[in-house]
Write a protein that binds this ligand. Structure first.
Ligand code: AMP
Ligand code: MG
Length: 333
């Protein structure tokens, strides 16, 4: 099963087929932040100023949320065991804990010690033994985070927070809000596998976002039409290493302390919140196909999905079926 991941290159990329009406300002920018390539494209007279400000906002969020940057709030919590944090960080930690609880801890922001153990922090990858994994599993558990006033504390030495499972989605929400404040009514934000469509295209049509075929990096499985919505994809391809013919990817099952099984080759979650879509894309990837479908049925109306299963099947939830264009897919009711 894990070999599948070697072939998997899943990403959402943008169909930039829209032509701005003549004379209309359009501005775009591509840069590297939060360990990924980011692309912002906005239409309207304030587009240029809005995008410059959005870039600054992303770097600012990175400096608060990174597990690696020296002075980040998250780094302080992980180093000192507790820290007084910025109000925005506090709110995001609370959101992460809520998603964790709601997903029965498939999403767990306290996964950090295991990310380190497997080498995903330093990129010095290694396969740990069972004993090491079981010791660190004792340090994982969102319920071990305490929040009091504006202080976030970890219950035990060696614990750590990692908001990497939803930080980019949160950044996309922040950018969307900022662009709207600048009067931008049409923009597409792409932060790695996290896309947020502000309004519609300048020609009035919805934004078109394609989902790449996980088994064929040159192909696509379909297109989703978006308007004021986020679509976020998770998959094993984003970070992994190979040892003795096995693929070890970066999404860890908090139950086992190991890269989760891959019954889904890619998970795309669509909702009106980038943060929620990002958190859920990670959680549903961990849950696997059957549990993820069940979870969607229990949370109907809040989000929709496009799954590509390990067998190459494409499953589209009923709520997004009218906004999905593609060949041979099954609608999940
Ligand atoms: P994503 O690409 O959004 O699916 O997030 C993957 C990132 O989330 C990893 O690189 C880790 O930083 C973090 N992560 C890994 N496993 C989990 C998990 N089970 N719950 C929450 N975050 C996780
Ligand atoms: Mg995620």
């Amino acid at each position: 099963m894990k070999r599948v991941a070697a072939l998997v290159i899943i990403c959402i990329f943008l169909l930039s087929s829209c032509k701005p009406a003549s004379g209309e300002a359009v501005h775009s920018s591509e840069f590297f932040a939060m360990d990924t390539v980011m692309t912002l494209k906005a239409h309207g007279e304030n587009a240029k100023a809005a995008i410059s400000e959005a870039e600054r906002a992303i770097y600012r969020l990175e400096s608060l949320l990174s597990t690696e940057l020296e002075d980040s709030d998250i780094r302080k919590i992980n180093t000192d065991g507790s820290a007084l944090v910025n109000a925005e960080v506090l709110q995001l930690v609370e959101t992460a804990l809520k998603i964790s609880e709601d997903t029965d801890y498939a999403f767990d922001p306290t996964i950090y010690p295991l990310m380190c153990l497997w080498g995903f922090r330093t990129k010095e990858y290694r396969v740990p033994d069972d004993e090491e994994i079981s010791v660190l599993l004792g340090l994982v558990g969102a319920e071990k985070i305490n929040i009091s006033d504006e202080t976030v504390s970890l219950a035990a030495d060696g614990m750590g927070l990692d908001l990497g499972g939803l930080a980019k989605g949160y950044a996309s929400d922040a950018v969307a809000e900022l662009l709207r404040e600048y009067g931008v009514e049409s923009a597409i934000i792409s932060l790695g596998g996290n896309v947020y469509a502000v309004g519609s295209r300048p020609d009035g049509e919805k934004w078109r976002v394609v989902i790449q075929d996980p088994f064929d990096s040159g192909g696509t499985v379909g297109t989703i039409l978006l308007e004021d919505e986020a679509a976020v994809t998770s998959g094993a391809y984003q970070r992994y290493f190979e040892q003795d013919g096995e693929i070890y990817h970066h999404i860890i099952d908090p139950q086992t302390g190991r890269p989760c099984d891959i019954s889904l080759a890619s998970v795309t979650v669509i909702s009106d919140s980038g943060t929620l879509s990002d958190g859920l894309s990670t959680a549903l990837f961990v849950m696997g196909k059957d549990k993820a479908i069940e979870y969607w049925r229990e949370h109907g109306g809040v989000f929709d999905f496009v799954f590509v299963t390990a067998d190459g099947e494409i499953l589209v939830s009923a709520g997004i079926a009218d906004e999905y264009i593609g060949d041979s897919y099954t609608v999940i009711e």
